[in-house]
Write a protein that binds this ligand. Structure first.
Ligand SMILES: Cc1cc2nc3c(=O)[nH]c(=O)nc-3n(C[C@H](O)[C@H](O)[C@H](O)COP(=O)(O)OP(=O)(O)OC[C@H]3O[C@@H](n4cnc5c(N)ncnc54)[C@H](O)[C@@H]3O)c2cc1C
Length: 477
């Protein structure tokens, strides 16, 4: 059996033998059930089964496996914990490398305020270890922290729960170690100097760290990461306000952002009673001396934009217990299983400038209630909600429709909605992040010479298209 990579069944059996010699018999599996499990992320996009799943323990093992894949023309797909909904599509006759076995915290440097971990360490576990020492990651939260690996957060460019300048996941990344598609091992930032350590990203030439951020595993396999940390903030306050319309809520957040009052603001719509539409959740962190003053100012700003105070209990539960359902005060099952029907979520997202958010919001409702309404109703699609994460100068709209997962037609309409809404967002100046197989062709086809440049980079460092083929770049470049 041949595929575009020109490897046959015999090659694959040989490769399994060679990889087994590298990692030993216990850290490679060819069992059907393991191959099914590692054939996709949390999405329902079509995919294929890999030939083997490997759990390396060291960067040297990763490098050796990549060299074999190169010699034999066999694609490699990289997994952290597979917690994205983006449509990571695996191919037949491929190797899945699962980084979750490389999960050690290697160094906490409280003098230069950095933490270095292996790429498979889980975000929440790293943060919890730091908390015990009185520190925390400078980029505090994103929704997937329970399962997200540190390397996965970098590769997917995870969107953090932060409105503070300089605290998005990428802003706080100091450097990394990666295995390139030819098997070479590189370090970025100050750690590239063998006599130094990972403490400064912008040293020793171009910002190579940035190349891996959001690269979805196409430029290299990240094996170590170093992030900025800070003293743990010892006080958190919560506020919640409802607004008569989206514009008023956005105006309030613009003023909160410009006065640097909040750690994070999140606006939710959908699946709420009409009087609670446009519910703004505000998280304020700091110390005892400053926090009450910040809270008072934030309340004044919200009232000036006609906000009505609400009970902040759901805000607190959302922040402290990580569940999205509690934003709306509902149990999780309300979203994904209604009347016994399981749903899937073909999510659509994009960053917008603060002043462009209202027109993106209007465009969404026009599409959902008018343009696409008949198709959506026919297949019983529902809206889980629209959430706007506010950054320090804009917002990240997260639009979550739900479609019955057991109905083929409903799945197709769900995919159409994802495609058409992504196109609409791009038309309106939106910039999707966390891109993967499903959204890449739509987004990148609009980037002209910028995409040509990305392809040129990919082609020069991965001429055989070994790493995550088809995830950002076409399978045959
Ligand atoms: C309840 C819930 C809430 C979520 N909320 C958010 C949120 O607020 N913000 C957000 O951004 N995401 C969110 N997500 C999505 C997801 O959790 C994050 O994007 C997370 O960072 C992915 O980590 P992972 O280790 O599971 O990566 P995976 O899903 O395994 O991988 C993601 C991509 O990165 C590549 N990759 C993974 N590890 C490496 C590596 N070491 N080297 C090279 N490439 C690699 C993979 O090939 C893939 O293309 C949420 C998910 C869930 C289930």
């Amino acid at each position: 059996m041949y595929d575009i990579y020109g490897c046959d069944k015999m090659d694959i059996l040989e490769v399994q033998k060679e990889v087994r010699e590298i990692v030993g018999p216990k850290r490679i599996t060819t069992e059907y059930i393991d191959r099914v499990f590692y054939s996709r992320d949390l999405s329902v996009d079509p995919t294929e089964l890999p030939s083997m799943v490997v759990l390396p323990k060291t960067v040297e093992e990763v490098s050796k496996i990549v060299k074999i894949a190169n010699k034999r023309n066999i694609p490699i797909f990289t997994f952290g914990r597979g917690s994205t909904l983006l449509g990571l599509r695996v191919k037949e006759n491929s190797i899945v490398i699962n980084l979750s076995g490389m999960n050690k915290i290697l160094n906490i440097d409280t003098a230069s305020l950095t933490v270095t971990t292996e790429a498979g360490a889980v975000w929440l576990a790293v943060n919890a270890t730091l908390w015990k020492k009185g520190y925390e990651l400078s980029s505090q939260w994103h929704g997937g922290v329970i399962s997200s690996t540190m390397g996965g957060a970098v590769a997917a460019n995870a969107i953090a729960r932060t409105s503070e300048p300089g605290t998005q996941v990428g802003d706080t990344l100091v450097g990394l170690e990666a295995v390139l598609p030819n098997g070479d091992i590189i370090k970025t930032g100050s750690a590239a100097n063998p006599n130094s350590a990972p403490f400064e990203r912008y040293a020793l030439g171009p910002d190579i760290t940035g190349l891996f951020l959001g690269s979805a595993g196409t430029f290299g396999i990240i094996t170590k990461v170093s992030f900025r940390i800070r003293r743990k903030r010892n006080k958190t306050e919560y506020l919640s306000f409802s607004f008569g319309n989206y514009r008023d809520a956005v105006e309030a957040v613009k003023n909160l952002q410009q006065n640097e009052l909040i750690q994070f603001a999140l606006l939710v719509q959908g699946a709420l009673p009409p009087e609670k539409e446009n519910l703004l959740h505000i998280i304020i962190t700091g110390n005892e001396n400053t926090i009450l003053r910040k809270k008072e100012l934030a309340e004044t700003i919200c009232r000036m934009s006609r906000g009505k105070p609400e009970d902040p209990e759901n805000t607190r539960r959302f922040w402290e217990t990580y569940y999205y359902s509690w934003l709306r005060g509902m149990p999780t099952r309300y979203y994904y299983v209604r009347k016994g029907t399981p749903y899937f979520c073909p999510e659509v997202n994009a960053y917008f400038r603060i002043q462009d958010l209202p027109k993106a919001y209007d465009a969404f409702w026009e599409y959902w209630n008018k343009e696409k309404s008949a198709d959506i109703k026919r297949v019983k699609g529902v809206l889980k909600g629209i959430d706007t994460f506010f950054t320090y100068n804009g917002g990240f709209i997260w639009f979550d429709p739900l479609f019955p997962v057991k109905d083929k037609e409903a799945i197709n309409v769900g995919f159409e909605v994802r495609k058409e809404m992504t196109e609409k967002f791009m038309d309106l100046g939106g910039c999707p992040a966390a891109i993967s197989s499903s959204s890449a062709p739509i987004v990148f086809s609009r980037l002209g010479t910028t995409y040509e440049f990305m392809k040129l980079l990919k082609k020069s460092i991965d001429p055989k298209n070994i790493l995550n083929p088809g995830v950002l770049f076409p399978e045959v470049l």
